[in-house]
Ligand binder design. Sequence first.
Ligand SMILES: *[C@@H]1O[C@H](CO)[C@@H](O)[C@H](O)[C@H]1NC(C)=O
Ligand SMILES: *[C@@H]1O[C@H](CO)[C@@H](O)[C@H](O)[C@H]1NC(C)=O
Ligand SMILES: *[C@@H]1O[C@H](CO)[C@@H](O)[C@H](O)[C@H]1NC(C)=O
Ligand SMILES: *[C@@H]1O[C@H](CO)[C@@H](O)[C@H](O)[C@H]1NC(C)=O
Ligand SMILES: *[C@@H]1O[C@H](CO)[C@@H](O)[C@H](O)[C@H]1NC(C)=O
Ligand SMILES: *[C@@H]1O[C@H](CO)[C@@H](O)[C@H](O)[C@H]1NC(C)=O
Ligand SMILES: [Cu+2]
Length: 589
Amino acid sequence: MGLISVVLNTLALTFSLDQILTNGASTLGLLTSPLLPKFLINNPLQDGFPWGNHDCTNTNPYKQELDTGVTRTYDFTISRRVLSPDGYEKSLISVNGQFPGPLIQANWGDTIVVKVTNNISTPLEGTSIHWHGFLQHSTQWMDGTPGFTQCPIAPGKSFTYKFKAELYGTTWYHAHYSSQYTDGVIGPIVIYGPNQKNYDYDLDVGPILLSDYYHNSYESTVETLLAPRPKLPPLKPVSDNNLINGKMNFDCSTAADKRVKCSNNAGLSKFRFQTGKRHRLRLINAGADASQKFSMDGHQMTVIENDFVAVQPYNTSVVTLGVGQRTDVIVTGLSDPKGTYWIRSNVTCAEAKQPYALAALYYPDASSTALPTSFPLHTPSISCDNDALEKTIPTYPIGPRNPDQTYVLDLTAGQNASGVWLWTMNNLTFRADLSQPVLLQANKGNLTFPPAWNVINTGSAKSYRFIFNNNSPLPHPMHFHGHNMHILAVGRGKWDGKTIVRPENPQRRDVQMVPEFGYMVWQASADNPGAWAFHCHIAWHAATALTVDILEQPAKIKGLQIPSSVEQTCAEWRAVVATSQIEQIDSGV
Ligand SMILES: *[C@@H]1O[C@H](CO)[C@@H](O)[C@H](O)[C@H]1NC(C)=O
Ligand SMILES: *[C@@H]1O[C@H](CO)[C@@H](O)[C@H](O)[C@H]1NC(C)=O
Ligand SMILES: *[C@@H]1O[C@H](CO)[C@@H](O)[C@H](O)[C@H]1NC(C)=O
Ligand SMILES: *[C@@H]1O[C@H](CO)[C@@H](O)[C@H](O)[C@H]1NC(C)=O
Ligand SMILES: *[C@@H]1O[C@H](CO)[C@@H](O)[C@H](O)[C@H]1NC(C)=O
Ligand SMILES: *[C@@H]1O[C@H](CO)[C@@H](O)[C@H](O)[C@H]1NC(C)=O
Ligand SMILES: [Cu+2]
């Protein structure tokens, strides 16, 4: 059995039977996985906390430059490894041999350092890691976006990322090179911070990554998507499975390629609850395409945070997450110590052969080998809209003033002259030059960019607003780097030009679902000079050009002291590209 031999090579001796089920060699989603603490304790404390008396109602985290003086250091090697997360063997691109990759943890105000080494071979590829949702104030070159803030890390080379935990809550990291992350380069990040006083919790169950999963390599998917298809409609890739913390069973009789090693009953993620205790769950959609509808049979959830933004708590039985989004919930344990329940995550708004991910929840006296027999609480729903803006109210209110600049961004799709289906933003199809990151060019004072880089130069505007019109029949999870967007309005049809939901305190987050044939009006403070991607987080859409580059405060970019390692990474990348060993197969991001 390929699966067993892979596991045995390096890990089996120290693993329990439960962990042998970890076909992705990850320790997430096991009954032996440790609970998380309230914060990491090796910091100096003030008023009992690493962050002193700052909390989620008294401190503006975008302005507060909290610095604990503590650094958390990680070492990541990105390399191919044959694993069978759902029983079907695949050459994944792993982080330190694991899928999902290891957890990064820090306290609010700590500094995170991650040395990333590119050990991907056969074929050789670049890589780069994006720290999703981090602001990167004063480290704008550490955002990990090729063509925007850096060149890809060349094969055999390393790049060390260093950035502050300016916000707190739950997030993830992922490769931002082509659609590489969908083959495995993902992992959770927890930044401990203040909790909401009346919604404190007893036990932190930790990250729960939800991800649609493909048995084909990302390269084959992307190459098929970008092949000319004269007169034919665009393709929609179909996922093979849906995973919770990288685990799920797969029915091998339905495998597309019967020659590939496959075992049924690969194993599910398992979680433990205590009766009557309040549990914190950190939900993350780390998938490629699908929105996820997360629910727990028999349990209500209380939402306390969306993305990196604490919100006034509200109850729900289903959490909807577009790709890239996170929601933290508190769930109170029920009273029966023998209870077992299904945890479910359903794919929605995407094509899937097996859309139903399951995990098992056990109370202390339940046998952890018995499968639950529970039923869902609610009526099924398939909408992938986020909860209404009226419902998601940040605990720290910020009312953005009138913007200095307003832009209209029209999204459509069509075929170019070679018959390739591509997305267009204001009629332009995005394609990065991975060897020429916009941030470095702007730092040298050259603000002339080829049209395909889709650069929108916001000049010296102190704040800017975008009216984003989605003229397509698909919803899109739109992500902005380096900021939390103020989401002023979202809906179907066209914006009326005036309605803003709670102008004194609109929802903030870093990814927002925009409905099919709908709009999103969002605004940002230009407090972060840099080159920031605004893109659809569906990997297949970003690969097919659904991206723009928002250049903020270019005059200030000219004064940035960018470390020489960024330029060196470009020199190393250009040297590989010059030997034609690596081809750019898509938009680059
Ligand atoms: C680098 O990748 C090769 C296989 O592609 C693997 O054998 C080796 O262990 C990897 N090195 C590290 C440090 O992960
Ligand atoms: C939310 O649910 C919790 C328990 O799960 C309950 O104590 C609380 O009253 C509920 N809040 C509302 C507003 O329904
Ligand atoms: C998820 O799918 C199951 C069927 O497997 C269904 O019973 C449940 O209601 C669905 N959940 C949601 C939120 O639609
Ligand atoms: C159409 O787009 C593809 C993919 O970006 C590109 O390779 C091709 O050159 C484009 N064709 C034309 C005529 O621009
Ligand atoms: C995009 O192209 C259409 C049709 O050629 C044109 O009507 C429209 O004004 C263009 N939009 C922009 C923003 O250039
Ligand atoms: C500015 O950058 C563009 C795009 O990379 C390049 O074509 C042009 O030669 C540069 N101009 C100068 C003066 O360096
Ligand atoms: Cu999209």
